[in-house]
Ligand binder design. Sequence first.
Ligand SMILES: Cc1ncc(COP(=O)(O)O)c(C=O)c1O
Length: 383
Amino acid sequence: MIPYSRQIISEDDVSAVVDVLRSDLLTQGPVVSKFESAVATYCGATHGIATVNATAALHTAMMLLDVGHNDSVWAPAISFVATANCARYCGATVEFVDVDVSTGLICVDDLERRLFDAKRLNALPKVLIVVHIAGQSANMKQISELCQEYDIKVVEDAAHAFSGEYRDGRIGCCEFSDIAVFSFHPVKPFTTGEGGMLMTNDSDMASRARKLIEHGIERNTSNHMTPTDSFWYYEQHELGYNYRLSDIHSALGLSQLKRVDHFLRERESLADYYITQLCDQSLYSLRRDPECRPSWHLFVVQCTSHVKRNALMNYLRQEGYGTNLHYLPIPFQPYYERLGARPNDFPNACRYAEISVSLPLFPGLKRRDIDKIISLCQRAIIM
Ligand SMILES: Cc1ncc(COP(=O)(O)O)c(C=O)c1O
C-alpha cells in the first residue's frame, strides 16, 4: 500500500541517532538545544522550545497564555482534535469558527462577524487558534489585525506547515502571532519520530515554557526563592508537565532538518505535477493564496459530491493507494457535541469534509504513481 504520507529516513539520520545512543546522555543532553536553535534560525523566530509532540506544545501555549476555566478559546471547525483539546486541558470552553470550503482555512469573514457579535455580548475569546491546513498559511495579516482590535492572543497551529512561507517570512516566525506550534510526527514535512516545538519571540514566555515542560521546575538559580550554593537544589514554582523532547529524537530532527528544503522542493514539484494532470473538472485542488508558499504537507483534492469522494477513497484503497480525510469537523465529535457544539452551525466545514480527500504526497513518490492515482480517481468518479 502506498500511504498518503510517510517519513524519508537516510543513513545520515540513522548515524545521527546512533551517535546519541552511544553517547552518555540520551535525554537532556546537548542535542536538544542545538535542534531548538536550528529550528528557530530556520523559521526566523527568537525561541524554539522542543516538546514531546505538538499536542504538548499546544497545551503549553494555552498555559503560557493563562487560559483557564472562565475563558473561551476559538478554533477553526476543520482541524485535528488536538487543536481544540489543548484548551479543554485548561478547562476553557472551545468555540468553533467556520472555514472556507475551497481552502479548509479559517474563514476570516465568519471570524469578523463572530467577533463583532461576541463583543456586544461580552463574550470575546481569550485566544484564537489558527490552523494552517495542509501546510498553507491562513490569512495571518488580516487575522492578527482583527485580534489586535479585539485584544485576543493568537496561536498558530502550524503542525502541518514547517518550511512553508507566508508573505516575507517563514511560517513559525511569529510575526503575526504570539506563539506558533509545529509537529514532527512521521507524516509531517520532516520528522523526529514523535515531537513538536513551540516558537515565540517573547523571552519571558520562552523561559516560562521551559519551566512548564519540565514539571514547573525553575532551573535559573538567580530566580530561586531560597538562594543556596548546593548544586543539587531545585525549586518547583508552578504546576508543569514532563513534555521534554529527548536527545535521541532531536538528533533525528537535526539530521532531517538539513534536507528539509530538498523535501519541500520535491513536495512542490510533485504537487505541481498533480495539478497539471488534474484536467478533469470534477476533481480540483485547493485554492492557493499567492501570498503563501505552502509546505505541501498534504495534497488535497475535492470532488463534486461526497458520493464521488467516498467512491474515490474506496477505489484507491482497493488498488493499493492510501488516502485520508483531514479532517472530520471537530464539532462532529461526540465529545464536543456533548459539550454543546452543533455541527450544522458550520456548513462550510461540513461541505469541506464531505468532498475533500488527501492523495499520496511525499518525497520519493514517483510521477508514474501520480499518473496511476489520477487515472484511478477519474475512473472512480465516473463509475
Ligand atoms: C493540525 C494539527 N494540530 C496538532 C496535531 C498534533 O500533533 P502531534 O501528533 O505532534 O501531537 C496534529 C497532528 O496531526 C495536527 O494535524
